[in-house]
Structure formats: structure tokens, C-alpha cells
Design a protein around this ligand. Structure first.
Ligand code: PMP
Ligand code: GLN
Length: 383
């Protein structure tokens, strides 16, 4: 393994899901739903397979039906108008969108400012691009996480190439407010920075609303927006994601993508094109279902003695284990399957400043209600 990747090892999600399997534990670690997305969308994938649509290499940027559906989604929901031919790129999940964006836009030695804790692939992809990550830490206070805009401003130097945003935010569930986004946008314009924004949880917002940073003045031409069918339609195994941005930025990301995967799996693209056109009741239903699950798991974790940071979005809830008399999230998560048959993720893996993340543990609530209830019962037995 080369020096750039040596520090990363195996991703925590693989490690913890393997641990869940090995011990027969309830897996509230890796974020994937235990119920698949809509039947009619699965049927659409089967139809595409049978009809021979996408069984051979689809077009590099993605099939036109999906690119048009993505452009329509951005326009009708956010008023962001994108040309499906030049301003939309289909990727192998958001994971590839993140990798291709960073590989395409970051020069060796460039600094990339990212909100800490951050999704684990960010650090690895910045490293693969030869960039240097500059974390700005979200601070837990009064039951929520907060971005200090002065810290963000101070993190930007002459070597900063881009800000890597994530809202709604994994793992904290923070949804950046319009005021925060406006301030970040002003900073990006003032310092002439690009913004790569990971908005895969855009439809999983329970309090407040999701606003793409690309909608702010001066941002459309400097923002790469990333979405994913995995989260929005509960098909994480399909690996269909996308990028929307100005033509030069999409062309750059595509240059990297063509040598990573060239194209993404064809039949699923047709199915996701249909999914993006599902009625609003689908999106509302997904959100309401997850909101109820958030409330169930949050209340259960509080009853079990955890301090709970109530998420405004995503399907994760971050907790502080110190009220349980523990302070090492790694040790806690490694022992949890033995102690009570539940798997969770130590937030420290999402930090450069590991000490800042040490006592925090993340639980996923994209699981059936009875599974969450059983997990809560088990966790209550910890005391
Ligand atoms: N970004 C964030 C913040 C995520 O939580 C995840 C997924 N789990 C991804 C990107 C990756 O998405 P995909 O599965 O579409 O590659
Ligand atoms: N994004 C998911 C999570 O945060 C997992 C994705 C993965 O396993 N890479 O749990």
C-alpha cells in the first residue's frame, strides 16, 4: 500500500458489519436500510434488464433518461437549471462522485477544508488526490452540533482549493441553516473557492429544510453538487449517484470518472430515472417514517442512559457515552456486541482530532421498528 493510503486501513463500516454478522448482533452501524425501496422501482430495473436497456456499456455521462430526470429534480425542487447533456454526470454512487470530484479538482499540495467529523471517504480521497485536509470541527453544544463560521473563515488560506461540505451531515445529523450556507457561500465567492457539496441525505430532513448551496449568489458556477439514489430510494446496493455542476466542472469530474469506472451499471440507471419521478407522497412517506424512527431510537437511547444529539436530518443519531461512565467510543463499540448484541460506529473514526470524537457513538435508525425496539431493549440492559 502506498504512503497516501497507508493510514486508512479497512473502513469502519466493513469492520463493524463483519462484527455484526460474526456475533449475530443487530447492526445499527453501517447506514443501510433493512427494507428495500419501492417495488415498482425494483420492477423497473427488472424491466430494463429484460428489455435489454443498459446491458451493454451505457453512455459515459449516464443514460439520457436519468440525466434528464436528475436535471428535472434539481429544477423543480430547488430552481437549479442544469443542461442534462453538459451539466449532469451519473456516477457509481456518491462515493465515486466524491472521488472523481477530488481527483479532478485538487492539485497535489492543495488544501481541502472539510467539516469534522467527516464521512470517511473524504479523507482517503483527498489523500489519493495528493491534497491536504484541513478539518473544521463541528462543536457539540446543547444537544446539537454547531459550525463556528469564524473557525471556517480562519481555516481558509492561500492554498485552499475547495470546501468539501456535507449537509444533511453524516454522522451528526446537522442540517446547515440558510444563514450558515449564505455565510459559507460569501466566503467561497470572496476567496474564489470551489465547493463540493455532498447532499445525499437531501430528502431525509425532519426539522427545517434542505437548501443546496448552489442556489446562493455566485455559487452555481463554483459548486459541484452530489446526490445518490442509495439514500433517497433505499437501494444502497445499486450504486447510482450523480453530480450536477457547471459544464467545465462536470467535464473535469467526468475526466476522472472515465478512468475510474467509465460508466455505472446500466439497467439501474433506467430504474432510478423512474424513481426520481415518484410522486411527492413517496418522499414525504420516507421522511415521515424515518422521523418516527429517529424519535423512537432517540428516546430509547436516552432511556438507556446515553446523551443524545437529536439529528435534524440523515438516518443517524450521535450519542455521548460519558453518562454511562465510558469515554472511549472505539472500545465501547468493539465490546458492545458481546455485551448486548448491538453494533454501532465510533465517531472518532470521522475525526483528525481523535480526542474530540472519542466519547461519541453513532447509531443508524433506517431499520424496521421492531428491530429498533429490540435494540433499545438490549441497550437498556447495559446499565
Ligand atoms: N456521502 C455520505 C455522507 C454518505 O453517508 C454516504 C453513504 N453512505 C455516501 C456519500 C456514499 O453514497 P453511495 O452509497 O451513493 O456511494
Ligand atoms: N454511508 C454509510 C454510513 O455512513 C455507509 C457507506 C459505506 O459503507 N461506505 O454508514
Amino acid at each position: 500500500l502506498n504512503r497516501r493510503l497507508a493510514e486508512f486501513g479497512t473502513t469502519i463500516f466493513a469492520e463493524m458489519s463483519a462484527l455484526a454478522l460474526r456475533t449475530g448482533s443487530i447492526n445499527l452501524g453501517q447506514g443501510f436500510p433493512d427494507t428495500d425501496g419501492p417495488d415498482e422501482i425494483r420492477e423497473a430495473a427488472v424491466r430494463a434488464l429484460r428489455d435489454g436497456r443498459g446491458n451493454q456499456y451505457p453512455p459515459g455521462p449516464g443514460v439520457p433518461e436519468l440525466r434528464t430526470a436528475i436535471a428535472d429534480h434539481q429544477r423543480t425542487r430547488y430552481g437549479l437549471v442544469h443542461d442534462p447533456d453538459t451539466e449532469v454526470l451519473v456516477t457509481a454512487g456518491a462515493t465515486e462522485a466524491i472521488a472523481a470530484s477530488l481527483l479532478a479538482l485538487v492539485e497535489p499540495g492543495d488544501e481541502v477544508v472539510a467539516l469534522e467529523p467527516y464521512y470517511d471517504s473524504y479523507a482517503a480521497c483527498i489523500a489519493m488526490a495528493g491534497g491536504r485536509r484541513v478539518p473544521v470541527t463541528l462543536r457539540p453544544r446543547d444537544g446539537a452540533y454547531h459550525l463556528d463560521l469564524d473557525e471556517l473563515r480562519d481555516a481558509v488560506t492561500d492554498r485552499t482549493r475547495l470546501i468539501l461540505l456535507n449537509t444533511p451531515h453524516n454522522p451528526t445529523g446537522t442540517v446547515l441553516s440558510r444563514e450558515e450556507l449564505a455565510a459559507i457561500a460569501r466566503l467561497a465567492v470572496e476567496r474564489d473557492l470551489l465547493v463540493v457539496t455532498d447532499e445525499v441525505y437531501e430528502h431525509l430532513v425532519f426539522d427545517g429544510e434542505h437548501t443546496p448551496i448552489a442556489t446562493f449568489p455566485g455559487m452555481r458556477e463554483r459548486t459541484v453538487t452530489i446526490g445518490s439514489a442509495g439514500k433517497t430510494f433505499s437501494f444502497t446496493g445499486w450504486k447510482v449517484g450523480w453530480v450536477t455542476a457547471a459544464p467545465e466542472l462536470v467535464a473535469a469530474v467526468r475526466s476522472a470518472k472515465q478512468f475510474l469506472t467509465y460508466v455505472s451499471a446500466g439497467p439501474f440507471q433506467y430504474a432510478v430515472a423512474e424513481a426520481l419521478r415518484l410522486p411527492q407522497t413517496y418522499f414525504d412517506g420516507l421522511r415521515d417514517d424515518l422521523r418516527a424512527k429517529r424519535d423512537l431510537l432517540s428516546a430509547g437511547l436516552a432511556d438507556a442512559g446515553f446523551a443524545v444529539y437529536r439529528p435534524s436530518g440523515t438516518y443517524f443519531v450521535t450519542t455521548d457515552i460519558r453518562p454511562l461512565g465510558e469515554d472511549d467510543g472505539f472500545a465501547f463499540c468493539r465490546a458492545l456486541p458481546e455485551r448486548c448484541g448491538v453494533v454501532a460506529i465510533p465517531n472518532a473514526v470521522f475525526y483528525d482530532h481523535r480526542d474530540q470524537g472519542a466519547p461519541f457513538v453513532r447509531f443508524a435508525f433506517c431499520k424496521r421498528e421492531n428491530v429498533l425496539q429490540e435494540a433499545v431493549t438490549r441497550l437498556k440492559g447495559l446499565a
